[in-house]
Design a protein around this ligand. Structure first.
Ligand code: IYR
Length: 220
């Protein structure tokens, strides 16, 4: 790491170009949907490496980049993760989630079965680093860890979509089993699990709406 400054590699676009790119990106991103049924079609590993490195380009508190991306293609590990996730989710759907929560989820038709954890060709488990550990075992602070990793997750989801693949944000709860199955160190905590691949043929998604501009934007 250096404390010198370098020129920003940037060519100012004209207004027309800015309007066009913002609109085009909005339209592309608006076609993104969470998909829960995956095709068994394989995805080249370099595609996944690219989307992960897009995510890893996210801004972070003091540029500490407090994340680790675990990439799982091994069917045996996927099966282990599915088994552990379904065990927790079974408990969630049979008593741990409130009636209000279950009702809110009805329209998504989710349940404790997590087929996508073995069907999707790749699983990405995003870990947040609560702190860093240097070679001599001393601890170094990270800042705004949740915000930083949340932003990286957003980059990742956008990159997956722009590549032409689908994903969903799966948050099994509790998810410390991921730390054990993947053998991650104590300073790393599971943050999000994303199955990545192509959608199953003929897949349907819930008919839901996005809030309008007047519901989400307040002008001053
Ligand atoms: N973690 C559970 C339940 C769940 C919770 C929310 I909030 C969702 O938007 C969807 C599912 C599961 O993965 O099924």
């Amino acid at each position: 790491m250096t404390d010198s400054f370098i020129p920003l590699n940037y060519n100012p676009p004209d207004d027309e170009a800015v309007v066009k790119s913002a609109q085009a990106f909005r339209e592309r991103m608006n076609t993104r949907r969470s998909v829960r049924l995956f095709s068994s079609r394989q995805v080249p590993v370099q595609v996944i490496e690219s989307v992960i490195m897009t995510a890893a380009s996210a801004p972070s508190g003091a540029n500490k980049q407090p994340w680790t991306f675990c990439l799982i293609g091994d069917p045996v590990i996927k099966e282990k993760i599915r088994e552990a996730a379904e065990k927790e989710e079974y408990e969630n759907y049979h008593g741990r989630m409130s009636d209000e929560w279950l009702k809110d989820l009805e329209k998504f038709k989710t349940d404790w079965h997590k087929e996508f954890l073995t069907e999707a060709p790749w699983l990405i488990v995003l870990f947040k680093k609560a702190y860093d550990v240097s070679k001599n075992e001393s601890r170094a602070k990270n800042y705004y860890v949740n915000e930083s990793v949340g932003i990286a997750a957003g980059f990742l989801i956008a990159a997956i979509h722009m590549a032409g693949l689908v994903t969903l944000t799966h948050t099994p709860s509790p998810m410390n089993f991921l730390q054990h199955i993947l053998g991650r160190p104590e300073n790393e905590r599971p943050f999000l699990l994303l199955p990545v691949g192509y959608p199953a043929e003929g897949v349907t998604v819930p008919d839901i709406n996005r809030k309008s501009i007047d519901e989400v934007l307040v002008r001053y």
